[in-house]
Design a protein around this ligand. Sequence first.
Ligand code: GUN
Length: 294
Amino acid sequence: MSRIIDGKAIAAAIKVEIAAEVAAMIDADLDPPHLAAVIVGEDAASMTYVASKEKACHESGITSTVYRLPESTTENELLRIVEFLNSDPEIDGFIIQLPLPAHINADKIIEAIDPRKDVDGFHPRNVGRMTLGLPAYLPATPFGIVELLKRSNISVEGKHVVVLGRSNIVGTPVSILLSRKSANANATVTLCHSKTENLADITRQADVLIAAIGIPGFVTADMVRQGAVVVDVGIHRITDLSQAKGYRITGDVDYPAVSAIASAITPVPGGVGPMTIVSLLHNTLLARRKEIYT
Ligand code: GUN
């Protein structure tokens, strides 16, 4: 049976650290950090994520403002809101919750964000700086995974990390971060995706397997080497009438089978998800202190 990596507890400890730093700012008569989030439309998962971010801000003393816009918002209207947030001195950092409705070009919106306020780390300037190992806002989920491994005393140095999924939000940046020449990195990384051949042969070579493929239960026991560390980034709501809520939350990993052979594994919920949220709070604190772009 594997060790369960308790992301919820680790994130709670980080939140206490952030709250202490915010409290010290307030004691020094400084304004607390201020995060804004913009959500367009009513995607159920996005609404849940934004509500969790708002709650986490509240718990750590960070001011938060949420802009809830209708699905019918045009690209130009959203661009104007981005410009407004870019120039509002009250806002330290902001995020545009993804996905955006199909009629809005997300790349164009992300490029319009002032990189100094891009606490999601999605702007090409932050992605470029991260890739070059320069100070940058690191995207929340990849940064959360690095911190989760670090605080669980799991070193990836010299190890083979296999990442499943090459999204801009998780797979690609986490593979860059873990292969960098820096602390809590120095891994040998293989990035697998939908066109990868002989996938299970590759995943079975992983010392650390990171599943960010977006398919419930995709990683089965035959894809995992005995004793590997498994990080599950997926969050899926599956209809389950045996549950009081009528659904259960599951990840990209077949947890019951894989947890029997992994040495350590992140649960869903309570693994990577809470780390993503505290990483965003961390970036907001950096934005308030203007630590990345000095
Ligand atoms: N959608 C899924 N994950 C994220 C995230 O980390 N940030 C934003 N803005 N949207 C998301």
